[in-house]
Structure formats: C-alpha cells, structure tokens
Design a protein around this ligand. Sequence first.
Ligand SMILES: Nc1ncnc2c1ncn2[C@@H]1O[C@H](COP(=O)(O)OP(=O)(O)O)[C@@H](O)[C@H]1O
Ligand SMILES: [Mg+2]
Length: 273
Amino acid sequence: MRTLFRPQPPPPAGTTSEALEVSHVALGHPSSRTGEILLAVHDLDFTVARGEFVVIVGPSGCGKTTLLEALAGLVPVHDGTIRLAGRELRGPGTDRSLVFQNASLYPWRDVVANVEFGLQAQRRLDAAGKARAREMIRLVGLEKAERKFPHELSGGMKQRVNLARALVTDPSVLLLDEPFGALDAQTREVMQNELVRVWQAEGAAVRRTAVFVTHDVGEAVFLADRILVFSPSPATIRADIRVDAPRPRAPEWKRSPEFTAIGDRVLAGLAAS
Ligand SMILES: Nc1ncnc2c1ncn2[C@@H]1O[C@H](COP(=O)(O)OP(=O)(O)O)[C@@H](O)[C@H]1O
Ligand SMILES: [Mg+2]
C-alpha cells in the first residue's frame, strides 16, 4: 500500500521540536590581510530547550558575540547548522531579538517611539502593536518616563527601553549580549532582578528562550537555568552546568553555599587549560 502522508520524524532524543539547536558550528571572520576565515568558534554543539534560560560565560575574545550574531542571523555560519524549531536559520527573523551591551536607542525618538520601532521595522505597528508597546513599557517599569528622550534616561533606564524593544515583537528567542556590562554594580544588580521579574511576569505560557552572554560569574549563576562555559578562542564548551535553584531567587541567595559552589564550578571551567 502506498502511503500518502509521511509522518513527521520524531525530534532527536533530548530535544524538543521547539529547541534551538547548534550542531557542529564553526564561525569566523575573514582576515583583513589574507581574506582567510579566522575561526572564532569551532565545532560548537549544544541544544537549548524552549523556555530555557541559558547563560554563556567565557573569556574576552572567545567568540560569544560572534555566536549571538550568528544566532541572530547577522553573521554567516561557516560550518555546521543552527536550527530553531527544526528549521535551519539562514538570516535574521522576527522570531529572534538581540539586546546589545550599549542600548542603541534613537536619540530623536522618545521611549514609546523607541519601543514601537521594533514593530515598525517589521510593519506590525497597528493598534494592537501600539497597545503591546505600552504594555512592555509598563512591564519594564518605565510608564512614568514614556515621553522622555534617551538623553534624559539613566543607563539602567536605557537598558529597560532596550529590553522592552526586544520583547515587543514577541520573539521566541531573546539574545542578550552583556546587556548590563556597562552599568555600575548596583544598577546591574537591580537590572538582574528586573530581568528575572519580567521573565516571570510574562509567565510560563510565553516560554521564551533566552541566551544571555556575560563574563560575570555571579551574574551567570543568578540568572541561569544552565551555564555553558566557553574555552578561549576558537571557543568550545568546557562545562555545562545546571542551576536548579527555584525562582524568584532572592538577592541573599548570592551569599549561600549553593551559589558559591556553582560559581566555583564555573570558575574551574574557565581556568581549565
Ligand atoms: N567584525 C570582525 N572582523 C574580524 N574579526 C572579528 C570581528 N568581530 C570579532 N572578531 C574576532 O573574533 C574573535 C571573537 O570575538 P567576539 O565574538 O567579539 O568575542 P567575545 O564576545 O567573546 O569577546 C576575536 O578574535 C575577535 O577579534
Ligand atoms: Mg562580546
């Protein structure tokens, strides 16, 4: 008998069909001298489950930004594949948003217009889009500043705008490249708590996946469901550490033996040669 419909193959073991799958990926940049590709990331292999909050830690220059840019579809994949929900990623898409270390806000647009820009760029700024922009501004706690311009905002407020702008398009994957790296220690701590609060406020129904890059070990342990420790360039994964502590995690948890023990494992991964 002839089968008319082939059943969908089951997802590979240990993954779900909605996972972000990085398989044997090599990434690099062309040398300005010879044009030859200098690898920043080599044979990288990991899977992020839908809704998981993964933090990547690694030494400066190991290829973290290059990886996030590849996940965002902004740099080509030299070798291997990146798949989201089973589909190979070959360029930017509305299913992913990237948040940079420096909030690249438009100085001539106020908070509302900066947040709305994410939708406008995708031609989705209708009445529902405008309502969602307001909702995201409220979610990040900026409703009182929504008519202010970037020069009137503190560093932490700018990163709240950046986060709202990334979330407004409702991406299934949020990519964050050292988003709090330029903030002072106290503001940074506030923003870590805020990010977790926003994450939880969005609720289990949204199940957004996050890939967050930092070189701050404490920030990694506090935020992560799972930490991937990268080796120096060309980066490979040195350690894959699960952080099972329940959320919300109180700031005091940072002084617990459990927190310290996980941080020590990350440091050991970073130090291994
Ligand atoms: N646009 C580029 N052109 C050429 N080389 C680059 C470019 N961006 C990054 N690199 C190189 O790729 C490597 C990884 O850089 P990057 O991904 O920025 O590391 P990280 O974010 O971990 O600090 C470094 O050796 C860096 O010099
Ligand atoms: Mg970087």
